[in-house]
Design a protein around this ligand. Structure first.
Ligand code: ADP
Ligand code: MG
Length: 402
């Protein structure tokens, strides 16, 4: 049995126990049992609605149903409190209503429940003090302030429990995502290395033959010129593949050095300026503080060429792309900000997947390479984006000690 199935089974067992308790509250020793008045009928209806909601929840777990459950449960407990004034223990339930919403792992729902409960308790206390005047609820009326403080204290305790659990769950979620992400990087890295390796071998063979032909006197000088052009092109291809391989599998020869981020970014933006001007975009670089990191300079350039290129490609004609650097304690923080098309949450989550590209001529390899480089130098990369408003890419590297 999967944990999911097991959880479902436990859920139903618990819900049926809760329903049984609610029904026994209706049937066993209920002072209003014989009357069948408004009180008893509304009590029965609430038990029915709440049971129904709890039973259909696993099949239809929408946010609307969650809110409905919380509202119905709140009304149910307040009705119990008001209808059965002899049973003072129902007051305890009022204190613990928001605890129910913790079970749904929905923080908005929790705050809603907390607010609703506070409003309802104030109305009830107001009713008891001003209208009822302790006739039916003497235990509240005798010490209203004490009761109210106890209520507030219970809400604070529940909030504390909520805060601790939700914090832990969020941490777990982030951890899980990181594991998934690094798993993906590993497989894509291996794939890239394998492909690049396979391509390099045939290239070497072809280049070898071309070099032979170049020496061969039976070819005309014209032909030989063409051969040397072909060899040049193959050299470029080889270089690209070597670079790619060096990223895909960590290479010991790859030298890390102290990189002055500001200087290198200046050269990258200069390089990209021509690219930016093609689209009528400008890149504005704003550097503060001395920012040194240890990395391989080629990889560092490659990282920012990719990211700034994406920013320009996402921008509208004439828009500025901002690149800023600053020191933040032990870290160098670099931001690339565009005001272009932006991305949805789902799109951001897909970044780094090989061949994921929304461009007609995109390769979808840029971000994958970037993630690899950032990971290699123990940095982090974050995306803040909203559709139609633009994207901010924040990269953090541990700063090196000179
Ligand atoms: P490519 O640029 O070849 O498409 P990338 O891996 O560099 O591949 O980017 C993948 C996709 O992520 C792009 O196609 C684009 O849709 C999206 N993307 C990346 N950066 C940005 C950005 N700054 N603004 C909007 N979308 C972006
Ligand atoms: Mg790109």
């Amino acid at each position: 049995m999967t944990t999911n199935k097991l959880n479902k089974r436990i859920y139903y067992i618990v819900v049926w126990i809760v329903i049984a308790i609610m029904i026994s509250g209706l049937l066993i020793d209920n002072p209003r049992l014989g009357e069948f008045g408004v009180v008893y009928i509304s009590h029965s209806i609430l038990v029915f609605i709440l049971s129904l909601c709890l039973l259909i929840y696993p099949k239809n777990g929408t946010a609307v149903l969650r809110v409905t459950i919380i509202i119905v449960a709140s009304v149910y407990f307040y009705v119990l409190f008001l209808f059965y004034p002899d049973t003072w223990s129902t007051f305890i339930f009022l204190c613990f209503i928001p605890a129910l919403s913790i079970l749904f792992f929905d923080s908005k729902l929790f705050y809603f429940s907390l607010l609703l409960n506070t409003i309802l308790i104030m109305i009830v206390f107001g009713y008891i003090l001003l209208i009822d005047r302790g006739l039916q609820y003497p235990y509240i009326e005798e010490d209203p302030l004490g009761n109210f403080f106890n209520f507030i204290a219970s809400q604070i305790i529940i909030y504390f429990i909520f805060y601790l659990t939700s914090g832990r769950i969020k941490k777990q979620q982030i951890y899980y995502e990181q594991i998934q992400h690094s798993e993906r990087l590993k497989t894509t890295g291996q794939l890239a290395a394998a492909v690049a390796h396979e391509i390099r071998n045939p290239l070497t063979v072809v280049k070898g033959f071309l070099q032979l032909f170049e020496q061969d006197s039976s070819f005309s000088d014209d032909r030989k010129g063409q051969f040397s052009l072909m060899i040049d092109e193959l050299n470029t291809a080889e270089q690209v593949i070597s670079q790619f391989l060096s990223i895909a599998k960590p290479d010991k020869e790859n030298e890390t050095e102290n990189v002055n981020v500001n200087v290198v970014l200046q050269s990258v933006t200069d390089l990209l300026h021509s690219y930016g001007l093609l689209h009528d975009n400008r890149i504005e670089l704003k550097v503060t503080g001395d920012c040194m990191i240890s990395a391989n300079i080629i990889e560092f350039k490659q990282l920012f060429i990719n990211i700034i290129k994406n920013a320009i490609e996402a921008s509208n004609i004439g828009d500025l792309v901002h690149v800023t650097t600053e020191r933040e304690k032990e870290f160098v923080v670099i931001k690339v900000i565009d005001h272009g098309q932006g991305m949805s949450e789902a799109q951001i989550a897909s970044l780094g997947t090989p061949f994921y590209s929304l461009k007609s001529k995109g390769t979808g390899l840029g971000m994958m390479i970037c993630f690899n480089i950032v990971e290699k130098y123990k940095g982090t990369i974050d995306f803040h984006s909203s559709i139609g408003h633009g994207t901010t890419v924040t990269i953090r590297f541990p700063s090196s000690k000179p």
